[in-house]
Write a protein that binds this ligand. Structure first.
Ligand code: NAI
Length: 307
């Protein structure tokens, strides 16, 4: 086209404002705006699904784990620390080996870049338990989670069971959990927030030969879990229990005859023994915000042993 070619009237169509006659009617514009707003509303409300485990709130909070110098307690303490929780833990000082094990766990916890406070504290001693909880509160700056894990067994046919075998087990597994729950309750009630998890056992619901003391203590712990859930729930404190089946810890592999472990493996639907991390995962779920509407339950972690 030459420089002087006459302009066609429609050549500037893209640049000019539309005439009134070319504009859509006002109600049509309003309708389009409404449709766009509705589409945007749908986009906002339909977000991507969240991951099941919401542990973000735990970061910077403080957990107490009883009996965390070995086995299941150690795995729980590490799982909480790896989610950013400061961890206070106690253990039974029954020899140099126990003290070394506790120091090793404390070192592992610090590797997760959280603070830790630990010392020997016998869960059967109610005054020492109260002191320990106050110390954790002072040293780590709060108490938000309690895991009552410390526990022992002294297996024997009940007609041969000595008084001290009965007492040691019931006082450790049941009284100890009560003393700790009572000691943390004022802190948790005041802040209107708390998570308590009790480590009971499949033997709290299923009888086995030689476990009268252990089964009674663990069944009692289920009663304590439900009572505490009712009494502490109004202050936003969740109280739950996990009921592990046979879990491969040294207590189990050193103390339980291999034929019993083989039978346990056969009886479980998944055909295997559990690992301490299996229990830690369940505890992590129960203290997370994903489980905020769950309280008073007993969650089996037994590979389908009690089916
Ligand atoms: P573990 O013997 O490895 O650990 C027990 C922990 O409790 C240790 O840290 C010990 O120092 C502490 N403890 C014992 N008596 C205490 C006391 N009087 N005061 C303070 N701390 C004390 O045992 P494991 O296997 O890790 O068991 C942990 C919990 O899990 C126990 O409550 C046990 O009954 C329960 N459980 C274990 C199962 C398993 O197959 N290993 C199965 C079901 C439940």
């Amino acid at each position: 086209m030459s420089d002087h070619a006459p302009e066609h009237p429609e050549d500037h169509r893209k640049d000019r404002e539309p005439t009134r006659a070319e504009m859509p009617p006002a109600q049509e514009v309003a309708g389009v705006r409404q449709a766009v707003a509705e589409l945007l509303d749908e986009v906002v409300t339909e977000t991507a699904p969240e991951s099941l485990l919401d542990t973000s709130k735990l970061r910077g909070q403080v957990a107490i784990v009883t009996g965390a110098s070995s086995g299941i307690g150690r795995a729980i303490a590490l799982a909480l620390a790896r989610r950013g929780m400061h961890v206070g833990f106690c253990f039974l000082d029954d020899g140099a080996q126990a003290r070394v094990a506790a120091q090793d766990v404390a070192r592992e916890l610090r590797q997760a870049e959280v603070r830790t406070y630990f010392r020997a504290c016998d869960v059967r001693e109610s005054v020492d338990v109260s002191d320990f909880v106050a110390e954790v509160h002072g040293e780590l700056g709060g108490v938000h989670v309690l895991v009552n894990n410390a526990g022992i067994g002294r297996d024997r046919a009940l007609w041969r069971m000595a008084d001290h075998e009965w007492e040691a087990v019931v006082r450790t597994n049941l009284d100890g959990a009560f003393f700790f729950t009572r000691a943390v309750a004022p802190y948790m009630r005041a802040q209107e927030y708390g998570k308590i998890v009790n480590v009971t056992s499949v033997h709290g619901v299923r009888a086995e030969f030689g476990l009268a003391n252990y089964a009674s203590s663990k069944a009692g712990l289920i009663g304590l879990t439900r009572s505490a859930a009712v009494e502490l729930g109004p202050r936003n404190i969740n109280v739950n229990a996990v009921a592990p089946g046979y879990i491969r810890t040294t207590r189990l592999t050193d103390g339980v005859p291999s034929e019993i472990l083989d039978r346990a493996r056969e009886k479980s639907a998944l055909g295997r023994l559990g690992d301490p991390h299996d229990v830690a995962g369940a505890v992590l779920f129960l203290v997370s915000e994903s489980a905020r509407h769950i309280t008073g339950v007993v969650l089996p972690v037994d590979g389908g042993y009690v089916l």
